[in-house]
Write a protein that binds this ligand. Structure first.
Ligand SMILES: C[S@@+](CC[C@H](N)C(=O)[O-])C[C@H]1O[C@@H](n2cnc3c(N)ncnc32)[C@H](O)[C@@H]1O
Length: 239
């Protein structure tokens, strides 16, 4: 089975119960997602357009939507099952949300946005797919727009990576994760292709991002991103 198809099948299978163990499986849940939301540099009343890449069941989109009540949010995900759960989450307010099944490694990204966000998705892409995606994200951002990725990063040495894994297992067990949810998460993690934070910061800069920074980090969980350059000549640049 091709990797994209394996990831799609794995998340389609998990969609119905995906949300259940999130706080256990992401031990730093509040700081991790909270930092991603508070790093969106617009006023809370701004009618910003936001793209959520690998949006899954809409966890991050939901938090962005509550923090920015005038925002319109586009969710894309490879898995129809995950998008269906997101659609149910946002029933009743679908005028603010646009949901699409899409592989973000293929073709251009749709639309134009003040902010592109992502959580726990881009680590499924290999190094060259991440580099390409960062370039595509840059092209759909408005001048001065921001890209925020809350994701798992690879330790910069095998020893550091082993410590991340040990810390994660210790923390999820301390939070009482069920054996079933842990086994399912470990199964999904077989498809992971995390890259180091330093590699990804370099790829963001290579794509044109400025003020590239890590905004939060706890072991292998990091929130990082950058800004699209403001065009001083007053004309929108990029894609
Ligand atoms: C661990 S879930 C995270 C979902 C959500 N962002 C969250 O924070 O709960 C990863 C999601 O990324 C999606 N995904 C993986 N590769 C993708 C790709 N190439 N294009 C679009 N979505 C992808 C999966 O289908 C899955 O829904």
């Amino acid at each position: 089975m091709k990797t994209g198809a394996a990831i799609k099948a794995s998340f389609d299978g998990a969609a119905a119960v995906y949300d259940r163990a999130r706080r256990q499986l992401v031990p730093c849940f509040d700081d991790f997602y909270g930092t991603a939301v508070e790093s969106i540099p617009y006023g809370r009343d701004a009618a910003i357009r936001v793209l959520d890449l690998g949006a899954g069941t809409g966890l991050l989109s939901d938090m962005v939507a509550r923090a920015f009540p005038q925002a319109s949010i586009s969710l894309v995900d490879l898995s129809p099952g995950m998008i269906e759960v997101a659609r149910r989450r946002f029933t009743g307010e679908l005028s603010r949300f646009d949901l699409s099944v899409m592989d973000c490694t293929r073709g251009p990204l749709p639309g134009r946005y003040e902010a592109v966000v992502s959580a726990l998705s881009i680590h499924h892409l290999d190094a060259s797919e991440k580099r390409n995606l960062f370039r595509k994200v840059y092209s759909v951002l408005c001048d001065g727009g921001v890209f925020i990725n809350a994701d798992q990063v690879l330790g910069s040495t095998p020893e550091i990576e082993a410590r991340y894994r040990e810390a994660w297992l210790r923390q999820v067990r301390a939070r009482g994760v069920s054996e079933g949810d842990l086994v399912a998460a470990l199964g999904r993690m077989k498809e992971d292709k995390p890259s180091t934070l330093d590699e990804q910061k370099a790829w963001l800069e290579e794509a044109g991002f400025e003020q590239v920074d890590c905004l939060y980090k706890s072991h292998g969980f990091a929130v990082y991103g950058g800004y699209k350059r403001v065009n001083r000549h007053g004309k929108e640049s990029g894609g």
